[in-house]
Design a protein around this ligand. Structure first.
Ligand code: FYN
Ligand code: ADP
Ligand code: MG
Length: 571
């Protein structure tokens, strides 16, 4: 019993809530906690470090939550976020909901105020019914009320976050519980780690046969990889399936790099064509949500397409359109069963050739724009410069947010390795930048480059202090066009700044210098490439303020179709 809290006069050994929570987390293999301390969790952070673990202190809980969630995505083990009560909890809740929406495993542990006072609404310090507020925003929410239940509470949280479709879990710890004592022996007996917290799940042989038959019969099949496929960490199986069948594939944004974007079967650069013209689509860990136009309509060529869908969540099937061959199970099991069932199938060579031709034509067209000099730097030539540098560093994680900064970087910057592109995901959420960067640097132990629009950067910019404090090898590139979408709008009605416009003179580079890192302002693609190369080599936290044309960019980027405008004009 190495972690016993104290020995009382009669010789009995005691433990308490603090110790039991740490014991339980350790037992589940947790090493890193992302959070922000204060009443009542400060001591927990301190004690966690005293045990030789890492506690990453953030400046805002939302960023700590984003960090924990992406740590979960990268490691397949729930990322842990620790927050204080009410306001801190609410700040982290956005990240918990985002984790659930994106299927990232994470556990938010928040301290909470005294139940008796909260429940009678007697006005406690940071009073809030956190458990019930969390519930609709996560996969599961639990409160632990007794020290002897800490083991089971943590085990349930870990299993709920990691099993089946991963997601966010909330764990409520009333302040008083941290100090409640229990005999050390009872405490130890109450702890356990869940056995096989994310069990494999196999589809039946008939389901495999049904899917294999459709794939064999298809003339123009397409494999669509989603971030579930990247999360599953069965990269070799997926690569083998694609190469053995010769089917063109296209990755959703966070699945880029599962196979290199330069792979001959990669159809990213012929996206519209393959979605429209394919006759069968095999979805692997991707949902037919708004990002895929719900599987129907113009994008998909009008009529209903045939789909094979691999997903661990049974009720994902038919969510938008009928799925002809559902394969409910974990991706590794499904793909490894599908491969032998497809052995000897005829490769769709003609179709694959047509797709490859279209893709290489588009790549060539794009390449011209990436090196074209302009009077003021634009998205194409700035991101073109970044792409050339990153080509030589395939292990670097690219974190990407913004509107035009997101869409253009997704199109322009090639990925070569799995799980090395992290972005705004299913919710298009701004503010993931610095939190994701911290966790990616910590979990991958390799450099990180964040490409953020100047607007997106503003949501988590203060965390560059966190980055410098932990001396993380993170380069932040702020695509500075001086506004949301663009920086050249004028307000026709008054002299107040237009709603999309920021100060054009903002020096993001100086912010980084003030907070302890390196800062550099660049105005040409050459300067940008040079600064990025230098920063990566130095391993020092650096912010590159990349000045681009205020007129570069379009409203809402490539999703301008979602803009809402008045049909009766403006007044
Ligand atoms: C892609 N393309 C390329 C390449 N890669 N051309 C040349 N070379 C390369 N390497 C082409 C591709 O064929 C498409 O052209 C086009 O570039 C765009 O590709 P993309 O980005 O893959 O596809 P698209 O249509 O934009 O994808 C739809 C989407 C995506 C909804 C999945 O836009 C997306 O993930 N959006 C997220 C937006 C978001 O969350 N924004 C944050 C909120 S902003 P064509 O084939 O000619 O079509 C708040 O306002
Ligand atoms: P994208 O945005 O890249 O299209 P989504 O987040 O929409 O990806 O989809 C991911 C899907 O992957 C979810 O439906 C989720 O249930 C599924 N998923 C996640 N992990 C696994 C796994 N190990 N096995 C099977 N399906 C998984
Ligand atoms: Mg901008």
């Amino acid at each position: 019993m190495s972690n016993v809290a104290k020995i009382v006069p009669d010789g009995a050994e005691l433990t308490d809530g603090f110790h039991l929570i740490m014991d339980a987390l350790e037992m589940n293999g947790i090493e890193n906690i992302y959070g922000l301390v204060g009443i009542p969790v400060t001591e927990l952070g301190r004690m966690w470090q005293a045990r030789g673990h890492q506690f990453y202190s953030f400046r805002h809980e939302q960023n700590a939550g984003f960090a924990a969630s992406i740590a979960g995505y990268l490691t397949k083990k729930p990322g842990i976020c620790l927050s204080v009560s009410a306001p801190g909890f609410l700040n982290a809740l956005t990240a918990l909901a985002n984790a659930t929406t994106n299927c990232f495993p994470m556990v938010l542990i928040s301290g909470s105020s005294e139940r008796e006072i909260v429940d009678l609404q007697q006005g406690d310090y940071e009073e809030m019914d956190q458990l019930n507020i969390a519930r609709p925003h996560c996969k599961a929410a639990y409160r632990i009320n007794r020290p002897e239940d800490i083991g089971v509470g943590v085990a349930r949280a870990i299993r709920a976050a990691a099993s089946g479709r991963p997601g966010g879990v909330y764990l409520d710890i009333p302040a008083r519980l941290f100090c409640e004592t229990l005999s050390a022996e009872k405490g130890e007996q109450s702890l356990f780690a869940p056995v096989d917290p994310s069990p494999v799940q196999l589809p039946g042989p008939d389901a495999i046969e049904r899917a294999a038959k459709l794939i064999r019969e298809a003339e123009r099949p397409l494999i669509l990889l989603g971030k579930g496929a990247a999360y599953a960490q069965c990269d070799d199986e997926i690569k083998a399936l694609i190469e053995e069948t010769g089917i063109p594939f296209t990755p959703m944004s966070m699945a880029k790099g599962l196979l290199p974007d330069t792979h001959p079967q990669c159809a990213s650069a012929a996206r519209s064509m393959v979605l429209k013209d394919s006759d069968l689509v095999v979805l692997i860990g991707a949902r037919l949500n708004w990002l895929l136009a719900h599987g129907k309509g113009k994008t998909w060529g009008g009529g209903l397409k045939q789909f094979v869908q691999i997903d661990i969540q049974a009720d994902e099937m038919d969510s938008n359109v009928p799925i002809a061959a559902p394969l409910v199970g974990d991706i590794e099991s499904c793909v490894s069963l599908l491969r032998p069932a497809l052995r000897g199938m005829q490769k769709p060579s003609e179709w694959a050739k047509a797709v490859a031709e279209k893709a290489s034509g588009n790549r060539l067209k794009l390449a011209g724009k990436l090196t074209k000099p302009t009077a003021v730097m634009n998205y194409h030539n700035s991101l073109g410069a970044i792409r050339e540098v990153l080509k030589n560093y395939p292990d670097i994680t690219l974190v990407n947010e913004g509107a035009n900064a997101l869409d253009n970087a997704r199109m322009i910057i090639d990925q070569y390795k799995p799980r090395r592109r992290l972005d705004t995901g299913t919710w298009g959420v701004m503010g993931i930048g610095m939190g994701f960067s911290v966790a990616a640097a910590v979990e991958t132990r390799a450099p990180v480059v964040a490409v953020s629009g100047d607007s997106a950067f503003g949501f988590s910019g203060m965390e560059i202090e966190t980055i410098t404090r932990y001396k993380l090898p993170v380069t932040v590139i702020v695509m500075n066009n001086g506004g949301i979408y663009r920086g050249d709008e004028t307000n026709e009605a008054s002299d107040q700044a237009a709603v999309t416009v920021f100060n054009s003179s903002t020096r993001y580079d100086q912010m980084m210098v003030a907070l302890g890192g390196e800062g550099v302002r660049v105005t040409t693609p050459e300067e940008l490439a040079e600064a990025l190369e230098r920063s990566i080599k130095s391993g020092r936290p650096t912010l590159i303020d990349a000045i681009i044309d205020p007129a570069a960019g379009v409203e809402s980027g490539r999703i301008g179709n979602l803009n809402v405008v008045s049909t009766i004009g403006k007044k």
